[in-house]
Design a protein around this ligand. Structure first.
Ligand SMILES: [Zn+2]
Length: 154
């Protein structure tokens, strides 16, 4: 079960797994992304309303982590839904990821074509090892060629 936040609808997140969300997400969507929500609901997306008890558990975890002010009411309910459904939460929101980690809720990032790659990839000089955010033909310091490097593997 994948639990989708508003940005998952906006960025047309796709999965072949069963999907779920909470009713408050619908209120954050407009135009095409709102139609997408309605179409997915019509196609069997599970609309989940978490219990007050689970919502309190999430709020407590967020307070302990200092992330409580970063989370909207919708965010808290999405986390609670993912927790209750033993699902994977789909979000790019850092505070939500942090609280999900505390609750042992799995996370899937929304792949935004191009944007994610530009932000996450670095280019490293094969000669001197300096890192650059943009690709260049040659290292401006030592003239060696650059190779692409994923900082999460560094
Ligand atoms: Zn260099």
């Amino acid at each position: 079960m994948y639990v989708l936040d508003a940005s998952a609808f906006i960025h047309e997140y796709h999965t072949t797994e069963q999907m779920a969300t909470v009713p408050m997400v619908r209120e954050e969507l407009e135009d095409e992304s709102a139609y997408r929500y309605d179409a997915m609901e019509g196609a069997g997306m599970h609309i989940h309303i978490p219990s007050d008890e689970t919502v309190e558990t999430v709020q407590r975890a967020a307070k302990e982590l200092g992330d409580h002010d970063e989370l909207s009411e919708t965010d808290v309910r999405l986390l609670a839904a993912a927790f209750e459904l033993d699902g994977t939460l789909v979000t790019d929101d850092y505070a939500m990821q942090n609280v999900a980690d505390r609750l042992d809720v799995r996370i899937d990032m929304i792949a935004r074509d191009g944007i994610t790659e530009q932000r996450e990839w670095l280019f490293q000089c094969q000669g001197c090892g300096r890192e650059f955010e943009e690709n260049k033909d040659r290292c401006p310091i030592c003239g060696s060629s650059l190779s692409r490097k994923n900082p999460s593997n560094a």
